[in-house]
Design a protein around this ligand. Sequence first.
Ligand SMILES: [Zn+2]
Length: 265
Amino acid sequence: MRFVDTHAHLDGEEFAQDRQEVISRAREAGCEAIFLPAIDLPTSERILSLCQQHPRFLYPMVGLHPEEVKADWREQLKAIRALLSSHLSPLTSKIVAIGEVGLDFYWSREFEQEQMEAFEQQVQWSIETRLPLMIHCRKAQNEMVHLLRRYEKQLPGGVFHCFTGNEKEAVELLQFDRFVLGIGGVLTFKKSHLPEVLPAAVPLDRIVLETDAPYMAPVPHRGQRNESAYVQLVLSRMAEAYGVSEEELSAQTMQNVERIFGLKF
Ligand SMILES: [Zn+2]
């Protein structure tokens, strides 16, 4: 079953001991590519060099995550923007998205205003570079939608990553018609509403698969470290929820990834 893991923090400490084995297991499971979101300047740099070691399998993103927006956010953004400019040439490793960026008011609203400004700047980068956005949003959908609407016509598209909301929230996000929802392990959790919400509100051409590894491992690995090979568990649960074959879901989600990220596998 072919798939792409569109969101995995494979650069993390959690994979320091066995990253190569994790990549091999992913390939054996049918994974065609893994996209790595950055969260700040050091991870943006680290991910670019890690992806250079695995061309045409690991693909980098650069960006400043809302939870990493602290007092030094302006300096971080400036340096990440420079990194982005220096990697726009086709000769260097292909950056697939600006990410992960967005708003997160779950833990703290201390840097609310700074988060909004940092997100807006990175939305503008997406428009300038035509790279899609990998968006993280928690407890802030109203604010995020409000901001994105102002740029709606110019945005190239992107992913609302780790979608776990209800039908109404799905419908609102899908109004951005060049965007898709990123769905991961939560779909397999016993109490998840996603198996009902998705078929009711989300057409199959508006979904991409992801892990958010090392987090959000699907059943039966829930609570353990997640890895890209486990996307196949999400894929089969999703096929069941939509009442389609795994082959059909695999083909459709591959097409979605190619469309959103401008790649061909
Ligand atoms: Zn993430």
